[in-house]
Design a binder for this molecule. Sequence first.
Ligand code: AR6
Length: 181
Amino acid sequence: MKATIAGQMLELIEGNIVEQRVDAVVNAANSRLAGGGGVDGAIHRSGGPAIMEETDRLYPEGCPTGSAVISGAGRLPAKFVIHAVGPVWSGGKSGEPELLAGAHRRSLELAVEHDCRSVAFPAISTGVYGYPLDLAAGVALSTVISFLRESGRPELVRFVLFGRPVYEAFASKLAEALQAF
Ligand code: AR6
């Protein structure tokens, strides 16, 4: 599914983030930048040890929840990995939507600061961190749409969704968001 937002492309695909030929791929990291399973495991396995060597050196304190930091992409086809830290879901009253929005917004700011024309996001927080899929899709898409409208960059934001149910949740939220505008 594709949509044009303020002249830029917003795309949803079902697929694997490590295969994306984009300027930056976003990782669903933890605040210690310690690696783990899911997207994080896949990115470090495919990209090789250079990525963690760099994050250990540049960000020894890690990254706060709701924000993001950037590194090179090792052997991945991308130029950069943006390590975004989404919140752990704990019922929705602990600032989860603001933190999830912040992780997306900071990722996009870093992409633009590094002249990235294309960025691929996974469904941050919807795996191990347990954020309900429909709610996370709504926050992720509305944050990206607002950013594209405000800054007119990057040229392409692609959500790479792992499995049909995740894709369907994002597709129905995007259809709703487009109707609302
Ligand atoms: N490409 C795209 N999406 C994927 C891939 C992949 N290769 N693999 C999994 N997903 P998760 P979180 C989907 O758990 O919830 C890690 O241990 C997955 O199906 O990767 O933010 C970190 O170190 C789900 O829809 O991230 C943190 O400790 C989505 O990506 C913690 O997990 C996010 O699932 C972060 O948890």
